[in-house]
Ligand binder design. Sequence first.
Ligand code: GLY
Length: 438
Amino acid sequence: MKVLLVGGGGRENAIGEALVRSGAELYVVSKHRNPGLARLAKDYGLARETDIEKVIELARGWGIELAFIGPEAPLERGIVDALEEKGIPAVGPTREAAQLETNKAFARAFMEKYEIPGRKLFRVFEDVTEMRSWIDDFGKPVVVKPLGLTGGKGVKVVGYQLRDNEEAKAYAEELIRRDGKVLIEERTDGVEFTFQVFTDGKKVIPMPLAQDYPHAYENDEGPITGGMGSYSCANGLLPFVTREDYEKALETLRATVEAMRKEGIPYRGILYGQFMLSKDGPVIIEYNARFGDPEAMNVLPLLRTGLLEIAEGIVDGNLGKAEFENKATVVKYLAPRGYPTNPIKGVKVEVDEEAVVKAGAKLYYASIDENFTLLGSRAIAVVGIAETQEGAEKIAQSAIGHVKGELFYRRDVGTRESVEKRIGLMREFGKEFEPNSC
Ligand code: GLY
């Protein structure tokens, strides 16, 4: 089957690999030629992922039978609707359904209307005076978020980026003046985790949980990035997420899919729940309408079921099964020095691919071109897979030494110490639990 993949990051390299492994003839459109995908693809078109007309022109020229959309930006532009209009079924939500990610006001109002379990208290304000007096009455620490797609940027939390609710009010006022509105939420204390599921609009199939490391520097310091790495455990849980927490979070995602169907906006594709585990259980912080990057690289290499079969099930509305190997994974991303604020670009890096494979790791390319020139964002990911997290981390760590250049990475991603730190944090936040082994 001829399958079009839209997007050219590490996430898409993993999606492309899983599609080819399951028998797809792969065609890719992205704004740069990803060297990993270029090897897998029968043909490659260079275009912005949001240039829907161009994507459709290329897809029709290739005789594409099924499309798979990697990033959120083309979903926001309605690429799935446009492809389907031309008779090309696509994995990913329609423009309306993708609002779960692309329109925070929609997502929050929807959660309220359907009483989705695990939701947070929130308000959207357009009026500065109303916003200020609500925060004063609320009294507890808040989170201030811009509405719409910001790639995680612009979110500020009292106690972290904001000193107190006074600073929160000033920042929220700035956003109202800039964007016309602002989202204010109660702050939830806890540790974040990622829960990704496949859905055909009715059935929901869970993937192993993962934990992302969004900060640029070790010890969870520095600016927020797209994610410098992530890990997952062989049992599909995380050391600090109990089976009961897992079931509650899954119930949130199931209730979301069910409610979207009731709302008349069926949601098909990958649904990503960003949860905060509080002492009282998981709270949904955000939805994403696509795989996580790097989290796709934790789960896709473990798929025992063909991704092509899953993709067909999603678009046909008869999703069957999706089974995963019971293994732990650790993903470490290499990014250009200076990323995310002032990344080095245009310099070459060296990758000893043979040595990476010899170390037992997988290698995925992201923001780097076919001449191995850095393009400014996260460039290369290595993935260790083993029976235990410790084993997976060792593999990723030994492989990363075979990539040389003006790059940096977080040594602490997936290490025992960093996981112990997260377990300790959960205890500090008042959760009583016995950690799972990983
Ligand atoms: N790693 C976070 C995300 O993909 O949104």
